[in-house]
Design a protein around this ligand. Sequence first.
Ligand code: HEM
Length: 416
Amino acid sequence: MNAMGGSLPSDGYDPFDLNTPHSRWKAFREDEPIFFHEPTGYWIVSRYDDIKAIFDDWQTFSSENAQKPVRPMGPAARKVLTDGGFTAYSGLTARVPPDHTRIRKVAQSCFGPRRFKSIEPQIETIVARHLDMLEAAGRSGQPVNFWEIVAYPVPAHVLFTLMGIPDADVPRIKQYGASRGKMTWGDPSDEDQIAIAHDMVAYWKYIHDLLDLRRANPGDDFPSDLLRLQAEGAEITDEEIAGVLYSTLFAGHETTSTFMGNYVVAMMDNRNAWDEIRANPALIANAVEEMLRYMPSVVGWRRKARHAKTVGGVDLPAGAEILMITGSANRDESHFPDGETLNIHRDNARSHLSFGYGIHYCLGFQLAKMEAQALLRQLSQRFPTLRLAPGFRPDYHRNIGFRVPKSVLVEWDNAQ
Ligand code: HEM
């Protein structure tokens, strides 16, 4: 409610509800670009320039709250974590300089374009295998869940190739990832929190066991590279290596799965774009950038003000917890003309904020794009008549940061 008794876009706002957020975010950008949201205790920021300025000023706006559960864990769940020896917090995203700078340098030297490029053939094979499964499922004549058969598993299989982890472990790592997403950015009940805590304990143990295995028997994979660099004198502790793996085993697939689920919905809703990329696959690279802008997986990210600072004319106090709605920044008309429209020819699509900005910029962005492009290329060639199942609209999990569909039901004409 404003001073004149009129309503404000923030009235009744529920930041966990990501079903149809865009019209409200547009209203925020126009009328309340930065406001304090009492129920969560976060300052909500929605304009492109303000969010970019916050990302850029890491000396004032620290990432220390980036992995903090939005809903604090209750005593029962905390006990499960403590009894289970769970001590992980963050590998990189919530670390601050100088530790962040030191650890990122080590991780980056194992995760460069050379390593990603080397698995390009495997990415194509993993995608093809899952599209075979999609095709087989389509023979039933019923709508098929693209999310479950393709988007959910493909990035995990790709990441596991880099990690040297057997495919058989995909289901449990995906479960740990989903639990971690709920614990940190979701809205879990007390009961859910206990199940999540058990998963987190198992996840942390999995990482320590993996490191023990690689110490005993090094391979050509990411964990072995980190251990090798440590042995050669890189400044990184055992616990920090475990933290980096804890991050990567989540960030390296949940983000990309969600993006793939979302971009198929975006493509099916924009048939012209789909037809264009089918006719001219050279458009796919920019189409992926545009979909990262328009329909990303990460739509909210956090920072904390170390001291008071004015942003966009609003005084943010010392200690302010900030939720940057990057999903809104990506549609800000002042930076992206006609921002609410998908336009695969947009020339500044790449300046979206879906991978963050500044010192924490996503380390896996090249891999995510390679995977997204490979899938889009194969999917558009093999399933030209793909469409959403009649009447289907995705329903999204409750979360402040990740816009994760519960399913993506599709169909196509079988004789193709
Ligand atoms: C579409 C897919 C992806 C999206 C939307 C995404 C998004 C993000 C975002 C928003 C951040 C925080 C940036 C900031 O604070 O400025 C981040 C950081 C990070 N991402 Fe990604 N990511 C994706 C894929 C990946 C993949 C595939 C990997 C690994 C293979 C990865 C590894 C990381 C790591 C290690 C960081 C921490 C960087 C740091 O704090 O220095 N991400 N990502």
